[in-house]
Design a protein. Sequence first.
Length: 231
Amino acid sequence: MEKPANNTAQHRKPIHERDVFHLWMLADRHYAGRWEMPIVKASRAEPTGLVPFTLAMRRDCTAFDCHVHFHEDDYRFERLWRNPQRYVRRLKQFKGVIMPEYSTCIDFPKPLKMWNSYRNHLLAAWLQEQGIDVIPCARYQPGCPWLLGGIPRRSTIAICGRGLMKDPAERRRFLRDVRATVDRLEPTFIVYYGSLPQTAMAYPISLGIPVRAYPPCSRGVLDWRNGYGQW
């Protein structure tokens, strides 16, 4: 079994004048394991409020005591990947961010899941280098070891269960993946975003890991400060 954030390699890659792959973000980058996912550093943050990226980018949003999250449809924050420098100053106004989470759905082909996972890791690592506190977002899937490659152990992590607790089969898979994620990463604190938190987070709660849960918000509505509560 491949261990996350281990067996690192440092790469320098030539940058083409038409850098559509953002190779400039790879300068002096460190990678983890055989899949060479960019390494994300640990966070000790324990957010007391979350705000979605689309709302945080509005000029009238002043919820600067919150962490910005990306638990939204991918198209809503694709602009961050296109031009990450543009949003650094704004993101720095907030307490921190949850690691971007481009979709790695179970029914996606593996190359697409790997590409989105790579983008998530690279953006998180780069934002950390800009002085922004980034909480790693993690969820294991069988057959996809790269999802946890470069994610730190013994850190605060975020887990998103949005839309995964309604269907019984989806719920079983999610609970299985949560258990595997917790066993591999041994998080010190979990930020859960989704419904039925006491069911979704039953395993880490049983281990005594502090969990702070936030309900999914409607479009354009600020997530509750302090969420459902903490266990």
